[in-house]
Design a protein around this ligand. Structure first.
Ligand SMILES: Cc1ncc(COP(=O)(O)O)c(C=O)c1O
Length: 460
């Protein structure tokens, strides 16, 4: 296509598309970026040329772009049937095979799986299931959900309500009732002067216990948490946090949900991040990496604690009246099966661990002397780079300084796409698992050079 033809498309885009999670004035004034193609960890857009996509799209293209094998799987599935529903005890072969495989990957922690098409709908299903479970076991008062400051769980009415980032509530009349907010356990930012990490963990858990007791445990149904935060800042838990949280949930008969929409399927170098942190959730939400973004598919995992209640008591209510037209879509399930086959065949989860270790080591070494990056955190091929105004004494920029978007733009000038996460003044990093060490070197240099430009702008 010629430059003129692209300009025409940008113009049509301006006049026709209401973009999700975008500034309307930015689209109207500055147009759009048209993605053209991708291969491995790289993408090409109409106005950047080729870039390293250090975010794998929206933290999802784990096996990398442009896999013909997945295209063939889709074609075979669509030309065999194209669609099958899962209502009224109906199933399809890819769904059955996928479910067996997924439950195997969770090493016995979960016993059933139900599908949707997005992380948000998966969270919605989980919230409804938590209500259903407590109604069935005669605890109709036990409905509140605890979620954390800065959590990101999606954007439907219910998912946005458990999300703890103010921008997702403003002008939407959210959150809906029944959500309690726990503190963000970010030791580097929220730890007190002289406090050890273990003391910090205890303080965080004590605050959660106070919230439970304050609301009355009889009204609290579940605790939702991403093992590592995503959009809210790639925040890793302080030592012992999930073990303590598990114990608190058991003490007060509260379900623990792991939202692994980003961390699931290998991102941390383990199949699931609850395995990485060594704790057992009762429910787990997943999407993104399930198909590496090639098809919209989510999977909610259900453990025995909930499942047994459903089996014992559900007949009183008749069928489980929840699900979607596309639940268990055969093409989505076939793509997920192929995606997992590729992850296993190419040892990509192991590779995420190894390349991830290389990436973290490079960031730590090359950013050690960088005055505006105070912390490098994460696991596997997931990292958060904490922006600071000064490392010592530790001070942070004001939101109005727009440090994260500025650094994101400066890095993009270096032909690397990373994501500025303004609610935590952090740069998120989440490349495809096929990224090479050489590409990591380029990515790290882009951050170093981008940071130098931002420092200059702030006179640091
Ligand atoms: C942890 C987490 N949960 C839920 C969601 C929502 O997923 P979706 O955008 O597919 O609705 C996201 C999306 O980024 C996420 O990161």
């Amino acid at each position: 296509m010629t430059k003129k033809q692209y300009e025409n498309l940008v113009d049509i885009n301006k006049k026709s598309i209401f973009h999700p999670a975008s500034s309307i004035s930015d689209v109207l004034n500055n147009g759009t970026t048209i993605c053209l193609e991708g291969k491995g960890a790289n993408i090409t857009t109409h106005n950047d040329g080729e870039l390293i996509d250090g975010m794998a799209g929206l933290w999802c293209v784990n096996i990398g772009y442009g896999r013909e094998e997945i295209g063939k799987t889709m074609m075979d599935s669509a030309s065999t049937m194209g669609y099958a529903h899962s209502f009224a005890s109906t199933s399809n072969t890819p769904q059955i095979e996928l479910s067996e495989k997924l439950l195997d990957l969770t090493r016995g922690v979960f016993s059933r799986v139900q599908y949707g098409t997005s992380g948000s709908d998966c969270i919605d299903t989980a919230i409804k299931l938590v209500r259903y479970y407590n109604n069935l076991r005669g605890k109709p008062e036990k409905k509140k959900i605890i979620a954390r400051v800065n959590a990101y769980h999606g954007t439907t009415l219910a998912a946005a309500s458990v999300t703890g980032i103010a921008a997702f509530h403003t002008a939407f009349d959210l959150p809906v009732d029944g959500v309690l907010r726990a503190p963000k356990p970010h030791f580097y930012v929220d730890g007190k002067e002289g406090e050890t990490e273990i003391q910090f963990t205890k303080r965080m858990l004590d605050e959660i216990e106070t919230i439970i007791i304050g609301a009355s445990a009889d009204t609290v149904a579940a605790f939702f948490a991403e093992p590592i935060y995503g959009a809210g800042g790639v925040i890793t838990p302080p030592k012992g946090y999930f073990q303590g949280l598990r114990a608190l949930c058991d003490k007060y008969d509260i379900l623990l949900l792991a939202d692994e929409v980003i961390t699931g399927y290998g991102r941390t170098g383990e199949w699931f991040a609850h395995q990485y942190y060594n704790y057992k959730p009762d429910l787990m939400t997943t999407a993104k990496g399930l198909t590496s973004g090639y098809f919209p598919l989510s999977a909610l995992y259900i453990g025995d604690k909930v499942w047994d209640v459903l089996v014992e008591t559900a007949d009183e209510l008749g069928a489980f009246f929840h699900g979607y037209t596309y639940s268990g879509h055969p093409t989505g399930c076939a793509v997920a099966l192929k995606n997992i086959e590729i992850l296993e065949r190419e040892n990509l989860v192991e590779r995420a661990k190894e390349t991830g270790a290389y990436m973290h080591a490079q960031f730590k070494e090359k950013l050690h002397g960088c005055p505006i990056i105070g912390e490098v955190r994460g696991a596997g091929l997931l990292a958060g780079l904490q922006i600071v105004k000064s490392k010592s004494p530790k001070t942070f920029f004001e939101r109005a300084d727009k440090a994260a978007p500025l650094l994101q733009s400066a890095i993009r000038e270096e032909k690397v796409l990373l994501r500025g996460l303004p609610s935590a003044d952090t740069i998120g990093v989440s490349p495809s698992f096929v990224i090479t060490e050489q590409q990591i070197d380029t990515l790290v240099s882009a951050v170093v050079n981008g940071a130098a430009k931002v420092q200059e702008k702030f006179g640091i």
